[in-house]
Design a binder for this molecule. Structure first.
Ligand code: FAD
Length: 449
C-alpha cells in the first residue's frame, strides 16, 4: 500500500520499529524520509513477544538497543517513543497523539508478527491512518529469488546463486539519507529494565552489548583486526570467541542492516562470510515458503518418527550434564551467556536428536528461548538441517560423533575446560544410539513421498 497523500501534509510520519532497531539503511526510514514529512519513532514492548519465544537474553539485548537508539535519535534532534503493552492499541494511541496520517514499517515475516501487522493495518485504517510496510530483512525480496527455470529454490546453493543473479542485475546497496533536522523531538522514554520485563533477575555474562552503535563498531573492529580475513579457516574453533563475527544478535534485532553486512563481506573479498550471511536469508526464504517451519518437518515423512527419549535425558541436556564435553560446554555456555558457537550448536543439537532420540522441536524451543539471537527462521531451519528433516543437504545418516567433534574442533580442550570443567559419566553410548537412530530414520525414509 502507498501512503498517497502524505506529500501534501505537514503532520509527522511515524516509523513503527519492530526487528529493525537501527537508523542506518532501513527501508522503512527511507520510505518515511521520501514523504518529506518530519519523522517520529515508536517501539512497543509487547508481552505477547514472550509467546513468540523471546526470552530473557533477547529482552536484555532489545532493552540495550532501545537505549542506544534513543541516544542516536536525540543526537539528530529526535527521540524514541517506547510503550509497553498491546502493540496495536499503542500504535493507534501514538498515531492519534502525534496526529500522523501515515505509519511506515519494515515487514516482519514471522507468522505471529504478520498477524499483528494485519490487525495494525485495520486498526490504523479505522482512524484514517495508512500503514506502509516495506521489505527490508534480506538483501533480495523472496519473490525475486528463483531458479533459472523460474521456480522457487529448493536448496541453499540454488538460493545463493539466485540471490547473486538478482544482485548482479539490480545491485541493492545500503541506502543513505540524512535525518538531521527532520526528526520530531519527543520526551526521553522510560525504558523498562529486563528484570521488569521478564519478572526475575537476569545475570548474563556477555561482552556483546545490544545496540546499533555496538553493532557497527563490532563489524568494523572485527574486520580491521584481521578476524574477517581468517574467518574461513578459523570459524569452527569453538574456544576462540573472535573466530566468528558474533553479529547474529544484531542481525536478529535489525541493529545491523543485512545489506551493510553483505557489503562489508563483498568489499573485503570474504566469500565464506558472505555465504554465511546468506544462510540467514535462506532460512527466511524457507520460512516464507513453509510458515510452519518450527512445527512440522519439511519432509513430512519424518513427522512419523517416534521420539523415544526421556524427560530426564532432556533435562540433563539442558543443564549440560551429558558427559560429552562439547555438548555440555555448549549447553552451559548458552545458560551463562545466551550464545553458542555454530559448531557447538550443531554438535549439541545433533546429540539431542540422534543420541537422545528427542524431538528436534523441544530443542528448537529451548534454544530459541535462551539464545540472544534466537530467531524462528534460522533456529527452526538449522534444527531441521541437523535433524535431517528439511529441504537441504544434511542427510539423516550423517550423525555427529560428539567425541570426534570435540577432538577436532576443541583440540586443546580449552572450550570444554572453560564452560564444563567437570566431566560426569556419559549418559549414553554414542555407537549404540547412532545405530538406533539409523533404524528409526530408515523405517520412515523408506516410505515413498
Ligand atoms: C541448531 C542451531 C540453531 C541455530 N539457531 C540460530 C538462531 O536462533 N539465530 C541465528 O541467528 N542463528 C542460528 N544458528 C546459526 C548460527 O549458529 C549462528 O547464526 C551463528 O553461530 C552466530 O554467530 P556469529 O554471528 O558469530 O556467526 P558468523 O559465523 O560470524 O556468521 C555471520 C552471520 O551469518 C549468519 N549465519 C552464520 N551461520 C549461519 C547458519 N548456519 N544459519 C543461519 N545463519 C547463519 C548469522 O546471521 C551470523 O551472524 C543456529 C545454528 C544451529 C546449528
Amino acid at each position: 500500500m502507498r501512503c498517497a497523500n502524505v506529500l501534501h501534509v505537514t503532520p509527522p510520519v511515524l516509523v513503527w520499529l519492530r526487528r529493525d532497531l537501527r537508523l542506518d539503511d532501513s527501508h522503512a526510514i527511507a520510505a518515511a524520509v521520501q514523504t518529506g514529512s518530519p519523522l517520529a519513532f515508536v517501539y512497543v514492548l509487547d508481552p505477547a513477544m514472550k509467546n513468540r519465544g523471546v526470552g530473557h537474553a533477547q529482552f536484555g539485548f532489545i532493552v540495550e538497543g532501545l537505549g542506544d537508539l534513543q541516544t542516536r535519535l536525540a543526537e539528530r534532534g529526535g527521540g524514541l517513543v517506547v510503550r509497553r503493552g498491546d502493540t496495536v492499541q499503542h500504535l493507534v494511541a501514538v498515531a492519534r497523539e502525534l496526529g500522523v496520517q501515515c505509519v511506515c514499517a519494515n515487514r516482519d515475516e514471522e507468522p505471529a508478527a504478520d498477524i499483528v501487522e494485519r490487525a495494525a493495518e485495520d486498526a490504523l485504517r479505522a482512524i484514517g491512518v495508512e500503514l506502509l510496510v516495506v521489505d527490508d530483512e534480506v538483501n533480495v525480496p523472496h519473490e525475486l529469488v528463483l531458479t533459472k527455470e523460474g521456480n522457487p529454490c529448493r536448496t541453499y546453493s540454488a538460493y545463493a546463486r539466485g540471490v547473486r543473479r538478482v544482485l548482479d542485475a539490480l545491485p541493492a546497496p545500503p541506502q543513505d539519507y540524512d535525518l538531521l533536522g527532520r526528526l520530531v523531538p519527543t520526551p526521553v522514554p522510560e525504558i523498562p529494565s529486563v528484570e521488569t520485563l521478564v519478572g526475575r533477575s537476569v545475570t548474563l555474562l556477555s561482552d556483546v552489548p545490544g545496540g546499533e552503535t555496538h553493532a557497527l563498531a563490532r563489524l568494523r573492529r572485527w574486520r580491521d583486526d584481521g578476524f574477517l580475513a581468517r574467518y574461513a579457516d578459523d570459524r569452527d574453533l569453538v574456544a576462540e570467541p573472535d573466530a566468528t563475527s558474533r553479529l547474529s544478535g544484531y542481525l536478529r534485532q535489525g541493529m545491523l542492516s543485512p545489506r551493510r553486512a553483505l557489503q562489508v563481506a563483498d568489499r573485503a573479498g570474504a566469500p565464506k562470510f558472505a555465504s554465511e550471511l546468506l544462510w540467514r536469508e535462506w532460512f527466511k526464504y524457507v520460512l516464507h515458503h513453509h510458515p510452519d517451519l518450527a512445527e512440522r518437518c519439511i519432509d513430512a515423512r519424518y513427522d512419523q518418527i517416534e521420539w523415544t527419549g526421556s524427560d530426564a535425558h532432556f533435562e540433563a541436556w539442558t543443564r549440560g550434564e551429558t558427559g560429552f564435553g562439547m555438548v555440555d560446554a555448549a549447553m552451559r555456555q548458552l545458560l551463562e551467556t545466551g550464545t553458542i558457537a555454530n559448531r557447538a550448536r550443531m554438535v549439541a543439537a545433533s546429540f539431542l536428536v540422534k543420541d537422545l532420540h528427542i524431538d528436534w522441536r523441544r530443542g528448537e524451543q529451548w534454544f530459541r528461548r535462551h539464545l540472544t539471537d534466537g530467531d524462528l527462521a534460522s533456529n527452526a531451519g538449522s534444527w531441521q538441517w541437523v535433524a535431517g528433516t528439511g529441504l537441504d543437504a544434511a542427510p539423516y545418516f550423517r550423525i555427529f560423533n560428539p567425541t570426534l567433534q570435540e577432538q577436532r574442533f576443541d583440540p586443546t580442550g580449552a572450550y570444554a575446560a572453560r564452560w564444563a570443567p567437570d566431566r560426569p559419566p556419559p549418559i549414553v553410548e554414542h555407537a549404540l544410539e547412532r545405530d538406533k537412530t539409523l533404524v528409526a530414520y530408515k523405517a520412515v525414509a523408506a516410505e515413498p513421498i
